[in-house]
Design a protein around this ligand. Structure first.
Ligand code: GDD
Ligand code: MN
Length: 375
């Protein structure tokens, strides 16, 4: 560490499962590198059958009492981190958390560089394998490399973490207040995908993220716990992150579905009442336009900060609606001429498609255009 960090309480949170071969050398190296009394080290062990926990207890009593042990049931890496970070912040009073693996994949000396970034104003400093200057152990076999690469790509594309090169990194320094703001205690991911979900939340809270290149060494002792189930969880969780990101789109689609029901429902009803189909058609289209407007205005885009005044928006909406109505109705009339024997409801449904597309395009680009975000 180059910069002064006195007064800042730092806590390393290190999950362990069967790390008996690594834990002593790791704790020795960490406690020697970071001698400040304000630095603590929390080992989160989940009943490792190889007695990792008792080695930690020995270390605490014989070598350094800045080391702490938190024990729990094994429910995955993410779960261990949530418990560990919460304990570090609430009980040990940490201002900054450093998360890292216990198997020497993460060089203890590099933690100091991550902390320098935090002192320099970052909220999250990632020890990154995929940023320029970072690297992976040559011994990582092709399958593992591929998995990691694609896991990262998925997280970036589907999960919407565009600005970050190493989204699954397990080596990070994070400001405690940001972790609180991101509500870590409610993170759902249990396995490795925890890293992605946490980062996702931090970025949504406006965290400033920097990446420090690291060399990721393969573990020398013990074995990895990454399994098939973790990969499945990874995939589904990333999809879920994306969906949550796009609630607006889902609401908009549901509104559209309701509109289709209103349109076709009232169309059938009007025919039932003996109205001519060329009159029933535009009336039904109009009814769906009104129901779409109400739902979109009060529900879908209810919390959007938009460009322009409400009256202007109302005017634009009417113009767009009339265009969409005209297109839908024209399609209906033309199809009715071409296929006079076809079921009118089917033709009315066919008319919805071009009308809805046009409606979506014009309304989202023009009527409900979002104001650009500040800063
Ligand atoms: N308490 C606890 N409970 N610790 C666990 C558990 C668990 O269920 N599962 C794993 N750990 C601990 C391990 O003992 C180790 O210290 C650390 O978490 C990482 O586990 P490894 O099994 O060594 O993970 P890895 O090397 O495959 O994965 C690393 O790289 C991934 C990205 O490629 C980690 O840094 C991951 O966090 C990272 O996503
Ligand atoms: Mn490892």
């Amino acid at each position: 560490m180059n910069q002064d960090i006195s007064g800042v309480r730092i806590c390393f949170v290190i999950p362990t499962y069967n790390e008996a071969l690594n834990i002593n050398p790791l704790l020795r190296q960490l406690t020697e590198l970071y001698r400040d009394p304000d630095v603590a080290f929390l080992i989160v062990d989940d009943e490792s059958p190889d007695c990792t926990a008792s080695l930690v207890r020995d270390f605490i009593s014989k070598v350094d009492s800045r080391v702490h042990l938190l024990q729990g049931k094994r429910r995955g890496l993410g779960d261990a981190y949530v418990r560990g970070m919460t304990h570090a912040i609430d009980t040990l009073g940490a201002d900054v958390i450093v998360q890292m693996d216990a198997d020497f994949s993460h060089d203890p000396a590099v933690a100091g560089k991550l902390l320098d970034h935090i002192v320099g104003g970052a909220d999250v400093a990632i020890g990154s394998r995929y940023v320029a200057g970072g690297s992976l152990d040559k011994r990582w076999h092709a399958r593992r490399r591929l998995l990691s690469r694609w896991g990262n790509r998925l997280a970036r594309w589907i999960g919407g973490l565009k600005g970050v090169s190493d989204c699954t990194a397990g080596f990070k320094a994070i400001r405690a207040d940001k972790l609180r703001e991101a509500k870590i205690e409610s993170v759902r991911a249990r396995g490795y995908v925890f890293q992605v979900e946490l980062l996702h939340r931090l970025i949504r809270c406006g965290a400033r993220v920097v990446e420090e290149p690291i060399h990721f060494r393969d573990r020398e002792r013990g074995e990895t716990k990454l399994g098939m189930l973790n990969m499945l969880e990874f995939f589904f969780n990333i999809l879920w992150l994306r969906l949550r990101n796009h609630i607006t789109f889902i609401k908009f689609s549901l509104t559209g579905v309701c509109g289709v029901f209103v349109n076709l429902g009232s169309f059938s009803l009007l025919l039932e009442f003996g109205l001519h189909k060329f009159i029933a058609s535009p009336t039904a289209i109009l009814a769906s336009i009104v129901s779409n407007f109400l739902m979109n205005n009060y529900w879908t885009f209810g919390d959007r900060v938009m460009v322009g005044r409400k009256s202007v928006r109302g005017f634009k909406f009417i113009v767009v609606s009339l265009i969409a109505l005209l297109v839908s109705y024209t399609v209906f009339v033309v199809l009715s001429m071409l296929f006079p024997k076809a079921l009118p409801v089917l033709l009315q449904a066919a008319g919805i498609v071009p009308g809805a597309l046009l409606n979506y395009y014009l309304n989202s680009r023009w009527t409900f255009r979002e104001a650009p975000r500040e800063g």
